[in-house]
Design a protein around this ligand. Structure first.
Ligand code: ADE
Length: 265
């Protein structure tokens, strides 16, 4: 008998084949900032759902609509109840991902957002990437095996056809809870071979992987981490233009997904 909580290799393979061959019907898009979410909400004509399916205490916001053959939910962690700013970072991201999976049972998760990019790895302001691998850079636990747990490396679902058709760049994504980059973070980001740095991806990848929901990470570059401009200023200066580009890329990805199953990605 298979160990408790795990399928046998054969049954897992059969399950994967079944999932890969089923047309995508329900998508959850997770976006951390309102400025990043609104271009997508507007383009897809999603409407805010006041009975969000989430506990009444939380500020999380769910938008919903039917676009072509897809049932699309966009979940934004909302504004911090005390400080009124967007609920960015890994804690909110993991919580909303868990709640959205429980409430909405998606076939696919898309995490879209802005990121810092490394020019040494080919990133430029306004570039939009599909992240292939996602890991943490600020969970340093120098004890055997816990070190790997801290890095928490996960893979996005494989998308060779999508990359070709939509003409996005590909790169690895590294996640931490700070906008700046400490020397320790830098060492870990280099070890992760990352082109991109964000504050949610690896947390969302972790939860999606727990429930074996395939996930795609679309990241648009607002600031150059290895450049000479201060990150907060560069980020705020480019936010509006880059979120517009991000919104366009999300629509292109959704148009590609419509009518397809995972094995065609
Ligand atoms: N989002 C946009 N720019 C970022 C950066 N430099 N680090 C983390 N998250 C970001």
């Amino acid at each position: 008998m298979a160990p408790h909580g795990k399928g046998s290799d054969a049954s897992e393979e059969a399950m994967v084949a079944q999932v890969e061959g089923r047309r995508i019907s329900t998508i959850v898009i997770i976006i951390a900032m309102q400025a990043e979410a609104l271009p997508v909400v507007n383009k897809l004509q999603l409407k805010e759902e006041h009975s969000s399916g989430f506990p009444k205490e939380v500020p999380w916001v769910r938008y919903h609509g039917v676009y072509k053959d897809l049932n699309i939910h966009l979940v934004w962690p909302g504004k911090d109840l005390t400080l009124g700013v967007d609920g960015i970072g890994t804690i909110s991201a993991a919580l909303v991902t868990y709640a959205a999976i429980q409430a909405l049972q998606p076939d696919l998760i898309i995490n879209a957002g802005t990121a810092g990019g490394f020019k040494a790895k080919g990133a430029d302001i306004g570039d939009v990437f599909l992240a292939s691998d996602i890991a943490f850079h600020d969970r340093r636990i120098p004890i055997p095996v816990f070190d790997l747990y801290g890095v928490g490396q996960r893979q996005a679902c494989s998308t060779p056809n999508l990359l070709k058709e939509v003409n996005l760049k590909a790169g690895k994504l590294s996640t931490g809870d700070s906008l700046d980059m400490s020397p320790h973070d830098e060492t870990a980001i280099v070890a992760n071979d990352a082109t991109l740095k964000d504050m949610e991806g690896a947390a969302i990848a972790y939860v999606a992987d727990l429930f074996k929901i395939p996930a795609i990470f679309i990241k648009a570059v607002t600031d150059i981490v290895d450049g000479d401009k201060p990150t907060p200023e560069e980020f705020l200066q480019n936010l509006a233009a880059v979120t517009a580009a991000l919104g366009q890329a999300v629509i292109q990805v959704i148009d590609f997904i419509n009518g397809k199953c995972l094995s065609e990605f």
